[in-house]
Every structure is written in C-alpha cells, then in structure tokens.
Design a protein around this ligand. Structure first.
Ligand code: ZN
Length: 356
C-alpha cells in the first residue's frame, strides 16, 4: 500500500493514521494516509481504536454497489473496539481509559422509534463507516450513546467482531423470528461471521440447528460451535438434506442471507407457520416468488437490517460465558487489503479482524 506513515500519535500532534479510499474501486483501492484526529462535540466520545472487523457491507460500499452516496476520501469500517481517549463535556457514564465496543447503528436519538427500542427503524438510521467516517483509523468519533463497555475476558480483537454480527443475529432470531425453546432452525453459511453468531444464539434456546457449509473443514468447526447437523451444499441439495434430517417435518425458522441462490429452497424448508429471516443477498437480490406458497403455508418473511441498541444490552451480558466471537484471523493495519482478499476468498470461518 502507498504512503505508509510511521510514528506515534503524540509525535504527530493532531494527525492520525488511517486506512481510506478515494475512489470506489474495491479493496485494491485501500491506502494508508494521515488525517486530522476528529473533533468531538459535547455528546460524543473519541475512541482510540484497537481493532476493527470486516463485514461484507464494506465490500459493497467500497465497490460502489451500495445505494448510498459515500463521501470521498473515505475512512471505512463499521465494527470497532478500543479505549476511550476523550469524552464530550455532557458525558457522565463513560470516562477516559474505559475499554469499549462501538455499536455500529447511528440514529437521531430523539424520535419515537429511537425512544422506544426501535432505533434501527429511525428514518435517519445508518451504519457507521458508510455515510460518515468509520473505524479504520487510530481514532474515531462516536456519539456516546453508541458506546458499550467491553465485557471482561474479551480481547479487543474479539470485541471488534461483535457489533454488526451479533446485533443482526439477535434481532433475527430473538426479536423478529421469536425463536422458541426447541425450535428447528436452518442457518445458511456457518462459516460467515454472522453464521457463527446465529448458531450460538440458536443454541441458547436449545434449538436443533441445521447449517450449511461449502467445505468439509468448515463442517467440523460448525459442529464444535454447537450445530447439530451440517450440510455440505456442494455435495448435497440442502433442501433435500433438510427433509431427510427432519424426517419431513421441516424447520420452524430459516435464516437466509444468501438470496437468489437459496431463497426459494429456503422457503421450501419451512413448516406451515414458519418464519424466514432475510438480511442479505450475497448471490443476488431479485428473486422470483410464489405468493401462493407463502400464504398457503402461512409463512412470515422478516426483513432485518442490523438491529436496535436494546439487543446489545440483552446479548452483551452473555459474553464471554455463553457467547463468543469466532475470530478467523487477525491482520496488521498495513495488510488490510489482504484481509479483504481473504473475506472475498470465502476460505475463512468467523470474523476477520484488523488490529491498529
Ligand atoms: Zn430517531
């Protein structure tokens, strides 16, 4: 990468090192440069970032395929952990030196939805690192309401992998699909960051978890995480496998973030009254649908975009005793391009993290 900067922040006054891009041409456009340390307002916190984790969202945004206007040059990344460097003058509940996790959802904080645990439905809701600068820098400015104290026993690398992944997973299974004890749940792509979180959340409810992988080595890891049945979708049609595994009873919930390649077959895996959660479409987002199938089987489709802050309060207390971040790999700051290459290769299991 070009323009690497060395030296500590103290030695460089109010400048900080950041990963950024100045055109939307994908991860190959990531550079290292110097930016001013962000100025904070009275209700903000300045975080010294220790690590950030990768999300597929970053790839869509930096490739120009995400339907939002991205300011350039752009510091990216939505999921961060770090240490509080400075707090705005209105802030009482957080202090300098606190180890923290940054919640990635931004909202107005004042509307009815923000005030009633539905901040992800605020009309101003957005994700850190898309319309504003994100986590791929030595320092980031965050509203104090987005700061959560890091649970003890978690490394900064593990903490950086929680925000998007667990908020989406908790919202999907607990808040939206209303998972019940002993439900049968199909989770696609066990090796994705969100797949590793969904398996663990489903097991909190003693669910029978069926999951899919594209490589045998991932099947072993999925079982170690608690999955009861693993289907290699390269070797067996997953819908046929679900019929076989459930003796034709099918599943209560399917979580599908693959889209076109799986969506209709995912519907066919549901019992009557089943719930399908959709929060991604990595294989394509325009899907032919049989409406008769949906109403005939009383199926509910839940669209999920991350989740509310209230979800974080619920799941964070379960770390690290009952939930964990599966960290696939940790890359150095100067190797961020390689980290994204790994994400695109699909040869990973869990979260890919960059330390700063
Ligand atoms: Zn609002």
């Amino acid at each position: 990468m070009e323009g690497e900067v060395r030296g500590s922040i103290e030695a460089r006054g109010s400048a900080m090192k950041a990963l950024y891009y100045d055109e939307l041409k994908g991860h190959k456009g990531i550079k290292i440069g110097e930016f001013p340390v962000p100025e904070i307002a009275d209700n903000d916190v300045l975080v010294r970032v220790k690590a950030f984790s990768l999300n597929h969202l970053d790839v869509w945004v930096m490739g120009g395929t995400y339907p939002v206007q991205v300011p350039l040059p752009h510091i990216f990344g939505s999921d961060a952990s770090g240490i509080v460097e400075k707090t705005g003058k209105n802030i009482r509940h957080i202090k300098t030196g606190d180890p923290v996790i940054v919640f990635p959802g931004l909202s107005c904080g004042q509307c009815e939805r923000c005030m009633s645990s539905h901040d992800n439905l605020c009309k101003d809701f957005s994700i850190i690192g898309i319309k504003n600068n994100g986590a791929s820098a030595e320092y980031m400015k965050v509203p104090a309401s987005n700061i959560f104290i890091k649970p003890e026993g978690l490394s900064f690398e593990e903490a950086a992998g929680i925000g998007v992944t667990y908020t989406t997973s908790w919202n999907s299974l607990v808040l939206r699909a209303g998972i019940r004890q002993g439900d049968t749940v199909l989770i696609h792509a066990a090796g994705s960051g969100v797949g590793t979180a969904l398996i663990q959340v489903a097991k909190l409810y003693n669910a029978a978890v069926i999951t899919t992988v594209g490589d045998d080595w991932k099947a072993r890891k999925a079982k170690e995480l608690g999955a009861d049945f693993v289907i290699n979708h390269q070797k067996e049609d997953f819908a046929e496998a679900v019929k076989r595994i459930t003796n034709g009873e099918l599943t209560d919930i399917v979580v599908d973030h693959v889209g076109l390649a799986t969506f209709n077959k995912s519907l066919s895996c549901l019992k009557k009254g089943g719930r399908l959660v959709s929060f991604g479409a990595t294989s394509g987002d325009e899907v032919p649908l049989s409406l008769r199938y949906i109403f005939g089987k009383n199926i509910t489709v839940h669209g999920v975009y991350v989740g509310p802050k209230s979800a974080v309060h619920e799941y964070l207390k379960l770390f690290p005793a009952r939930l964990k971040t599966v960290v696939d790999s940790v890359f150095d700051f100067s190797d961020a391009q390689k980290a994204y290459e790994k994400l695109l290769s699909r040869q990973f299991f869990g979260k890919i993290v960059v330390k700063i």
